[in-house]
Design a protein around this ligand. Structure first.
Ligand code: FAD
Ligand code: 2HG
Ligand code: ZN
Length: 451
């Protein structure tokens, strides 16, 4: 340990190698509290060259490394669970290039937060196309590594679609990638495509070249109450065909509304005992889209109550009912989180399977998510038998043509279930690729590893 620590100190300086257990503890515990380990050391390199030095030293010493950004991941992939293990924190990789207006791109260090990406883009007259509630801590590097989603996927796609270039360091310290951001370049393996969603298992992303989108100064937000999930899907279908500037279509099921409303100490703005599903809809445009939103919702028979707001405190209050569900769940305990997605037409069947699993194995469900992608965050408090709940619910999602992880990633949490969505040939090819890039297994062992 001392020899490795000395080497690392020589690379990043004494202030950036942490070994005091009181200090390293927060890097070793995930956001939910479900995954807790111990860090041998936490190292905070300040440049790509330092990341390379750190990885080379750890690989030579045979000590595995977990890359960590904001540590907001929800599947146990960002914390050390093996002994000994080094945490490589990207918190000092915060360089920000100028907004390139001609290209509508910007280069950012991997440790820049999602909120800072947005602020920086807006200072240059643009906006960031991806947004989610952990924005103040989650990093752009972590978001690329998990192929994060969030509320604007319906308009702009997931994080993978925003990456015009990146640089990453492999386990042996060699660097790959480019930040040129060329929209067209076809010469074999495309590093951003390979690294997006790789969850720190193939390389450490050190900088990203990200796309920017127009900054729509006007947002109109509605919360509507519908009688059932099927009615909510009918509302989604109508919105998709009738409006051009759809920015978010989010889902809150009644159990989740009850938990967040109690946490906020507020009454839901819409709905009553007939409500089977709430939908939060946002339109964003250069002109105020409020009239368009009201017109789009006006004649839909599935809607039995609606509240519409524009920017400002009223909108903040409305959006809090969606944005703050995760926090309100954690205030009640450590949940089992199953981030599944199915084709939207199969959402009712998915929820029937979820409720059957709860009846059989115990727990309180708090379901919500991203309606447009058929993505339900099945949170379960006081899970009776977490393994059987996960087996049945992930199994149902996959049987319905869906996935066991829509946007949070596989991490440690899904290792046992990868076979549900990947064939043996696919798992073998992924393992061979990983071995080729990281033959000594330095990077994030256990994560995305089929067991
Ligand atoms: P970390 O948690 O630090 O790491 C996540 C994974 O990426 C780990 O496997 C880690 O090893 C790897 N990693 C991190 N940085 C790098 C790097 N530079 N190079 C290589 N690998 C790296 N996610 C969504 O997709 N949509 C949401 O709507 C959403 N909402 C959330 C709301 C809340 C309140 C919370 C707590 C989480 C939410 N998340 C959401 C999950 C989480 O914020 C995202 O997965 C985010 O992308 C993680 O970023 P991070 O910087 O915190 O990464
Ligand atoms: C969200 O959509 C996040 O709010 C978090 O992806 C989901 O807490 C969760 O399960
Ligand atoms: Zn989500």
């Amino acid at each position: 340990v001392t020899a490795l620590a000395d080497l690392l100190v020589a690379i990043v300086g004494p202030d950036h190698v942490l070994d005091d257990a009181d200090v390293t503890a927060s890097y070793a515990r995930d956001w939910t509290g479900r995954f807790v380990g111990e860090a041998l050391l936490v190292v905070r390199p300040g440049s790509t060259a330092e990341v390379a030095g750190v990885l080379r030293a750890c690989t030579d010493a045979g000590v595995p490394v977990v890359p960590q950004g904001g540590n907001t991941g929800l599947v146990g992939g960002s914390v050390p669970r093996r002994q000994p293990m080094v945490v490589l924190s990207t918190s000092r990789l915060t360089a920000r290039g100028d907004v390139d207006a001609g290209a509508a791109q910007v280069t950012l260090g991997a440790g820049v937060t999602m909120a800072d990406w947005r602020r920086h883009a807006q200072a240059g007259g643009f906006d960031a196309p991806v947004d989610f509630a952990s924005r103040d801590s989650a990093t752009v590097g972590g978001a690329v590594a998990t192929n994060a989603g969030g509320s604007r996927v319906v308009r702009f796609g997931t994080m993978r679609a925003q990456v015009a270039g990146l640089t990453a360091v492999l386990a042996d310290g060699s660097s790959i990638g480019s930040l040129a951001g060329l929209p067209k370049e076809t010469v074999g393996v495309h590093w951003p495509s390979l690294l997006a969603g790789s969850e720190g298992t193939l390389g450490v992303i050190t900088a990203v070249r990200l796309k920017l989108v127009p900054w729509y100064r006007h947002t109109a937000t509605a919360m509507v109450a519908t009688g059932s999930l099927a009615d909510a899907v009918a509302v989604l279908a109508a919105l998709r065909s009738n409006v051009a500037n759809l920015d978010a279509v989010e889902l809150i099921l009644p159990e989740a509304m009850a938990v967040v409303a109690a946490h906020l100490g507020a009454t839901p703005p819409v709905g009553d005992e007939r409500t089977g599903a709430y939908v939060v809809v946002e339109l964003a445009d250069h002109e105020d889209p409020t009239d368009a939103l009201m017109a789009a919702l006006a004649d839909l028979p599935q809607i039995h109550d609606a509240a519409v707001t524009t920017e400002g405190p009223a909108r903040e209050r409305l959006v809090a009912f969606r944005d703050r569900i995760t926090e309100s769940i954690s205030a009640q305990g450590v949940p089992l989180k199953l981030d599944v997605a199915v084709p939207v037409g199969a959402l009712d069947e998915l929820m029937a399977a979820v409720r059957a699993a709860l009846a059989a194995h115990g727990g309180r469900v708090v379901p919500f998510g991203h309606l447009a992608e058929g993505n339900v965050h099945v949170n379960i408090l006081d899970p009776g038998d977490p393994d059987l709940l996960a087996r049945d619910i992930l199994g149902a999602a996959s049987a319905l043509g869906g996935t066991i992880s829509a946007e949070h990633g596989g991490g440690l949490a899904k290792s046992k279930y990868l076979h549900l969505v990947r064939t043996p040939a696919e798992l073998a090819a992924a393992a061979a690729l990983r071995h080729a890039l990281d033959p000594t297994g330095t990077l994030n062992p256990g994560v995305l590893t089929a067991t």
